[in-house]
Design a protein around this ligand. Structure first.
Ligand code: SF4
Length: 382
């Protein structure tokens, strides 16, 4: 029977779907809104009714074009507010080690400061340039721990081990940032992030500006740390190649919402959402016959004026009349062989999609013929 409740995917990357550790959520985002009212009375709904779960010991990738709301989502999770007019609604439930479940959307700034680094680490975009140029690397790694109550001697004593964990020699602790390459700086940032053994690392474009070899080694380091520390990693990147190399499960973001999630290799090879298919077709491949690259037509709409119905409908080659009026739900399609947008898909537990091509995504009240397909879809198919 179709599942209409948008329960979150579990995926099956390196660790099998049935692995109970993998299925245990560490972060559950329920109907998150991050809105910004403007002086002219309009509201930019940058993140809008977003749902997502991050499980323990998994690497989840968040992908999407610029302007889809990825960084705003990350800032909401981390309690970072660059604009004072931000309005936050919904729940961001995080399982702490000692205090049970807390809602990151409502805790105080002081509580959030404690959680950051101790339990949730953040690797922001361009963070390798944020190292203090006049402080030795070892002091910068120890500072975060000392700030969180670790005695100074103990914090400094941990620095060599942390450097080793990220693939650097202990002697790097004595160096200044200008003596390091870009890849080494990024490893130092990762050492700072793991210093307090967090349960969740949020990494926003962690390999941007690094060459592909260094990028690959950094990604391998993150994968190894996930295994060694049993930490969940949320990796935000517009680069599908990065996701394909590292993550277990990918969430595709469009117009402030997650529109598809699934085990990364399946989602990349056999997308179910037309937007995911468009993203994949825009990536050059040496396996495919040479042909003109077709991007996704049109541009991402403005968060001040998301289209009615499915937000992708005016760019979608599969749009139907129902798509213009009824927003599809993020739902888990029935398992088994289904027709995806580029051919058959073997749907396994945990795949989710928000598209009227799959009846599970159409709200029950919008269905009228008992077939599970909305009436407008049936008409369009005639
Ligand atoms: Fe395209 Fe309709 Fe699916 Fe939206 S709901 S992606 S417009 S087919």
């Amino acid at each position: 029977m179709a599942t209409h409740t948008p329960t979150e995917a579990t995926g099956s990357g390196v660790i099998p779907v049935s692995d109970p550790a993998r299925r245990e959520p560490v972060l559950t985002i329920e109907d998150l809104d991050v809105h910004f009212p403007a002086n002219d009375g309009s509201v930019a709904r940058v993140v809008d009714r977003l749902r997502l779960t991050v499980n323990r010991n998994e690497i989840i990738g968040i992908a999407g074009e610029s302007g889809s709301g990825k960084t705003t989502l990350v800032e909401a999770i981390l309690g970072i507010s660059r604009f004072p007019n931000r309005r936050l609604n919904g729940r961001v439930l995080f399982e702490t080690r000692t205090r049970g479940q807390v809602d990151l959307a409502t805790i105080s700034a002081r509580q959030m400061r404690r959680l950051r680094l101790e339990e949730i680490a953040y690797i922001p975009q361009g963070s390798m340039n944020s190292l203090n140029p006049v402080l030795r690397v070892g002091d910068q790694i120890a500072d975060g721990m000392i700030d969180h109550g670790v005695p100074a001697g103990q914090a400094r004593g941990r620095v060599p081990e942390l450097l080793e964990r990220v693939g650097l020699e202990a002697r790097v602790a004595r160096l200044f940032p200008h003596e390091l390459s870009g890849g080494m700086k990024q490893r130092v940032i990762i050492a700072i992030a793991i210093a307090m053994s967090p349960s969740l690392i949020v990494a926003d474009e962690p390999t941007t500006a690094l060459d592909v070899n260094v990028q690959r080694r950094i990604l391998e380091t993150l994968a190894r740390l996930r295994d060694e520390m049993q930490v969940a990693i949320m990796l935000v990147s517009h680069d599908m190649a990065v996701h394909a190399q590292l993550v277990d499960r990918v969430g595709i973001m469009y117009a402030g919402q997650i529109v598809e999630t699934g085990e990364v290799r399946e989602a990349v090879k056999r997308p179910m959402h037309p937007y995911t298919a468009g993203l994949m077709q825009a990536i050059p491949s040496i396996d495919r016959p040479r042909a003109r690259m077709e991007g996704i037509r049109g541009a991402t709409p403005s968060p001040r004026n998301w289209p009615e119905g499915c937000r992708f409908h005016d760019r979608c080659p599969r749009a139907m009349p129902v798509c213009r009026t009824i927003p599809p739900l993020l739902a888990e399609p029935v398992a088994g062989r289904r027709e995806g947008v580029t051919g058959p898909v073997d749907v396994i537990a945990g795949r989710q999609v928000a598209c009227h091509l799959y009846p599970e995504s159409t709200p029950p009240e919008a269905r009228s013929d008992g077939s599970g397909r909305p009436a407008a879809t049936t008409e369009a198919a005639r």
